[in-house]
Ligand binder design. Structure first.
Ligand code: THU
Length: 142
């Protein structure tokens, strides 16, 4: 029962990530990414990638979601679903960029889960430890 509830939660998270691609602002790359971040209290923060004519200020979907959450006082994160692909093509199993992995490492534990979603039910699951071993984090500065 517990497992079924969890799987449904994963499906919903993946679906939210796919839906968020509709809000991506991508006039330069035409590559749309959506993200949905699950907190320990069950709340979901969403994000999309937002590009800029001067390129550097472009922000990824994952960081949009994380910064929305942190700016509202949330720091306890369980999982993130990511859905990315070209606007006129299929959604890929889109891995988070290195900068977003570093930002995840600021707040997320080794077993934090990352779902690379192509749809609600088609996703690959990884832990933070798997996608970013030997990471530099807050503990290095203690
Ligand atoms: N992008 C993301 O939003 N997340 C990723 O994990 C990979 C890349 C965005 C940034 C940029 O708007 C576009 O995808 C192409 O790099």
């Amino acid at each position: 029962m517990e497992e079924i509830r969890e799987i449904r939660e994963i499906h919903e998270l993946c679906e939210r990530a796919v839906e968020m691609r509709a809000f991506s602002y991508t006039p330069y790359s035409h590559f749309r990414v959506g993200a949905a971040l699950l907190t320990g209290s069950g709340k979901v923060y969403t994000g999309c990638n937002i590009e800029s004519a001067s390129f550097t200020p472009t922000i990824c979907a994952e960081r949009t979601a994380i910064f929305k959450a942190v700016s509202e006082g949330e720091k306890d994160f369980l999982a993130i679903a990511i859905a990315g692909g070209p606007e006129d093509g299929e959604i890929q199993y889109c891995p988070p960029c290195g900068v977003c992995r570093q930002v995840l490492a600021e707040w997320c534990s080794a077993d934090f889960r990352i779902f690379l979603a192509r749809s609600a039910e088609d996703y690959r699951s990884y832990t933070l430890d798997e996608i970013m071993p030997l990471r530099f984090g807050p503990e290095n500065l203690r």
